[in-house]
Design a protein around this ligand. Sequence first.
Ligand code: ATP
Ligand code: MG
Ligand code: FE
Length: 343
Amino acid sequence: TLVLGIESSCDETAAALVDGDRRIVAQRIASQDAEHAPFGGVVPEIAARAHAERLAPMIEGVLADANVALGDLDAIAATAGPGLIGGVMVGLVSAKALAMASDVPLIAVNHLEGHALSPRLADAALDFPYALLLVSGGHCQILRVDGVGQYRRLATTIDDALGEAFDKTAKILGLGFPGGPAVERVAKEGDAKAVPLPRPMVGSGEPHFSFAGLKSAVLRAHESGQYKPEDIAASFQQAAIDCVTDRLRIALAQMEDCKTLVVAGGVAANASVRAALEDVAQAHAMRFTAPPPKLCTDNAAMIAWAGIERLALPDFIPDPLEISARPRWPLDPDAEPVRGAGV
Ligand code: ATP
Ligand code: MG
Ligand code: FE
């Protein structure tokens, strides 16, 4: 099996070829960090334009790298949402055109499903069901993964995502964009006990998250002039980790049959987060697995892999060429909305 994956939902333009033996046969990725950095965040118009300019040569490039023709593919998998709609449309329209021209099945992939299944690309021993912490720029959820397409959300954030909290902390501290890796780097030089910061939601009987109050406290600490940026970064990272481990404790009690704790999404690239989760897993007698950092942040290999997982389903049917891009697309459509007030 050989699948072409295309990713363009945020600010990474990426294409990859992945085979059924979990081999990433070829991959190319172009980050738009330089384009967005002057604005301190991703500008949707600039992103869509950059994807449109880069994607076609990039797809040609990965096919050439692997010496593969479109007709050799078993499917073309593209992110169809959720994400910035302009960028998603660039990737999905390209995939449709190639699928039509070469008579290869189209698979419209939920970007979050790409993140959710990425640990199985990296770890052949990871079986369903597993407990998943999905921590990215737009999402912060705890899910039970029972199979491909079978996700039950146990927890979400009532305000900011964890990656967003890292990005905002970086902005407050003047560390630039993207913020997560910068906060991690600077935190290594700081004292995690130096700045008293809140742990929102810790102690709550429901496993949900909240990071808006933590971000405000970071801003106040910074504006007080009393603390060094590296101490604020380290204290923020520790507070965020304390929130995550406490929330997981509640959620894991509701999925005791899951033998593996899994983390995915951009924040899963953070070494301190990974180390803390390894401890949580050990305390619960669970195995822990996380994709290598380059498979945590946005990439096309995880989209191709989600396509391979879909292809392997007994009831697989390709998606119709009319399928639309979706700015919003929850992994668990049955999840109850979570009210922010009074939690
Ligand atoms: P979503 O997947 O929810 O649509 P996204 O695709 O923008 O959002 P990802 O690419 O999965 O998000 O992750 C990007 C986020 O991960 C950013 O918020 C970034 O700051 C954060 N991140 C990346 N590396 C690290 C790190 N080393 N430490 C902490 N956070 C990180
Ligand atoms: Mg990015
Ligand atoms: Fe993502």
